[in-house]
Structure formats: C-alpha cells, structure tokens
Design a protein around this ligand. Structure first.
Ligand code: G6P
Length: 359
C-alpha cells in the first residue's frame, strides 16, 4: 500500500496532486469524440442530468455551462429523486445524462434503466471502464482519471467537469449559440487548466496552516453565486465527508434568508468569489457576514477581496466558466488537512462507502 501511495501519506492527497495529469488525460481522451456526442446532444430539447454526491455537483455545474454556452436549460436532479418525480415526463424525445465515477451507484443505475425503458437516449459520463453504467448507456464519455481509492471524490470530479466543459463548448459550436472566436479562446484556456491546477497546488502549505487555525471550529459556511454555487456545495460536502465538521453550502443570496442568524464571532465563511457579473454582490455578502463576526476565507482572483477577508486565497486569472475545476482544488486541500489534523483517516471516512450499491 505504501508503494501505491507513491510517497503520499494518503490516497486522497495523491489523487489531489494527480489532477493536472488526470485533466490532461480527460482532454486528450475525449478530443476525438466530443463532436459526435455534442451532435447527438444537440438534437434534444428535453435534457435531464442525474447523479449522486459529488457527481451531482458536477451536474449542477453542467447546468450553468449548458445555459451560458449552449442556451439549453437541463433539469438536474439527484438520481434518487428523479426516479420517482420524473417518471411520467421521460419519453423518446428526452436525453438523460448520467454522471457517475464508479458506474455502479444504485440510484443512478436505476434512473438510467428507467430512462431506457421510457425510450429516452442515455449518455453516461463515467470513470470506471466497463462498469454497469457504460453497459446501460447508449453513449459513454470517459473521464480518464484513473482509479480513485480515497472515498471522497477529487480527481474524478475535476475530470467530470473537464469533460462537461468540453461538451458544452462543442454543443455551443454545433448550435451556433456562442461566437466561434470566444469558443476558441475558451477551449485554449481549458487546455491550460492542468497548469492552472499545478499553480493552485502550491497553496497546499498555507492551506495546511489555515487548517491548523480552524481545526476546532464546529460549523462552516460556503457561499457563492452563479456557477460558483455548486463549488460552494462541493466544498461543504468535502468538509463533511472527511473532517466530520458540520458545513453548509449555499447561494450567497440565501444568506439573509436564514443562515445569517447562525453567524457569530469566528464562524468560518468560505466565499467562492471569481470575477464575473455577481462579484460585487458576493463582496457585499462577505461584508454582511464580517459585520456579524464571521471569519472570512475568500477564494478568488481580484485583490480587493484581500481587503474584506481574513484570509485571501489567490487564484490565477481565468474565464469564470473554468473556475469550478480550478477552485475545487483549494477546497479539497482544506478539507484534507482538517481531516488529518483532527485525527481522521481521509481515505476511509466513517459510515461512507466509495460506491453506494444499495438504494
Ligand atoms: C459515494 C461516494 C461519493 C460519490 C457518490 C457518487 O457517496 O462516497 O464520493 O460522489 O457516491 O458516486 P458515483 O460513483 O456515482 O460518482
């Protein structure tokens, strides 16, 4: 097992560090086939995205990508809900996109089978080659992340996002819903994401120090807007899964509608704040949290964030649509260090399984 960890103390840390390579493989592995899959997707008006856990968060990011680039509005449902709520709405004119690392999650497989029975087309985005999901699906895109041993998904999430971003770009091209010049620029930038992740991994040491400061905290809030809402949800999920600290991810606009009542001196609020049209709004959410004594950790690119935050984790500049991939990395590292400092085994969190094969 020591050899398999390649010198890292845990599989999770190894897998976090493998992300530049994994993302590169996802890009290369799908470059040749993304066009034909996008052409198929373009034929459908009614699109459902189904998944569980971290894969569900990838589905939520995909919703923003499809909306912004391809002007398509998919319905994203957790697979365990989809089965019961949408049964009557699925037909031959429906496309169901299932996202699953293992390809064996019971609820996701059941949703896929239901879709097939109703005559829908099923596209699966899967990591494990030859898994059950790939056998049920009409079409499969692989994430090429390699085996993931840590229970908490890391490299399989960022590679899912990579594939979904490629798909949304190509879909926009097929449908003519975005300018070719912009799409080319975005594609070029997507190809540099492995290097951006490489740079972000350099924050590891300072995130460990931050984790030391935060190790006794009991509640965390993760806030974001737009495409950063799923990033906030995923940051909170990572923390819950392995550090056993209670965490909530939410759209920053929802703060005022309840969670603000829970803020008091020293409660950590992690603000996912890339540039973009809602930047100023997020800054005002940070300020209102700060006014209640919250300890603000902001993740973004604009230096003015430094002035309103206790800790500013500076990200490289990039198109907002690519931030879910790169910004996931400091959140993974923060959760990892908190888990280790609190004496937990991040690879095998209590009560959780790598793949949930019962409903
Ligand atoms: C379990 C794992 C999660 C994963 C989820 C969905 O809960 O612990 O890390 O996100 O299942 O798994 P899947 O293999 O379908 O992506």
């Amino acid at each position: 097992e020591m050899a398999e960890k390649a010198g890292y103390p845990h599989f999770m840390l190894k897998e976090i560090y493998e992300q530049p390579r994994a993302i590169r493989d996802a890009l290369h592995g799908n470059a040749g086939i993304i066009r034909s899959v996008a052409e198929e997707v373009a034929r459908y008006e009614k699109i459902f995205i189904v998944a569980m856990g971290t894969s569900y968060h990838a589905g939520l990011v995909a919703k923003y990508l499809f909306q912004r680039l391809a002007k398509k509005v998919p319905i994203v449902e957790d697979a365990s809900e989809f089965r019961y709520e949408f049964e009557d709405l699925v037909d031959e004119n429906t496309l169901v996109i299932a996202i699953t690392q293992s390809g064996e999650t019971a609820d996701t497989l059941a949703a896929m089978k239901l879709a097939k029975r109703k005559g829908a087309k099923v596209l699966a985005i899967v990591n494990v080659v030859g898994s059950m999901a790939t056998r049920i699906a009409d079409l499969t895109l692989y994430t090429h992340a390699g085996p993931e041993i840590g229970v908490a998904a890391t490299k399989t999430y960022t590679t899912q996002l990579t594939v979904l971003t490629m798909l949304a770009i190509e879909l926009a091209r097929v449908l003519g819903t975005a300018g070719e010049e912009y799409l080319e620029r975005l594609e070029m930038e997507l190809n540099t994401v492995p290097e951006l992740v490489e740079r972000v991994l350099k924050h590891d040491g300072s995130l460990r120090e931050l984790a030391e400061y935060l190790r006794e905290k009991r509640d965390f809030f993760y806030i974001g807007r737009g495409i950063s809402v799923p990033t906030a949800l995923e940051g909170a999920l990572k923390l819950k899964e392995i550090s056993y600290i209670h965490a909530e991810g939410l759209s920053a606009g929802e703060l005022k509608h309840g969670p603000l009542a829970l803020l008091e001196d020293g409660v950590p609020v992690v603000a996912i704040a890339p540039g973009g049209k809602t930047f100023d709004k997020v800054v005002s959410n940070i300020e209102e949290s700060k006014a209640r004594g919250a300890y603000i950790i902001s993740i973004g690119n604009r230096d003015d964030l430094g002035k309103v935050s206790d800790v500013f984790v500076k990200m490289p500049e990039m198109d907002e649509l690519l931030t879910p991939i790169v910004y996931a990395v400091p959140l993974q590292l923060l959760a990892y260090h908190l888990a280790v400092l609190r004496g937990n085994d991040p690879d095998k969190p209590r009560n959780l399984a790598k793949s949930v094969t019962v409903e």
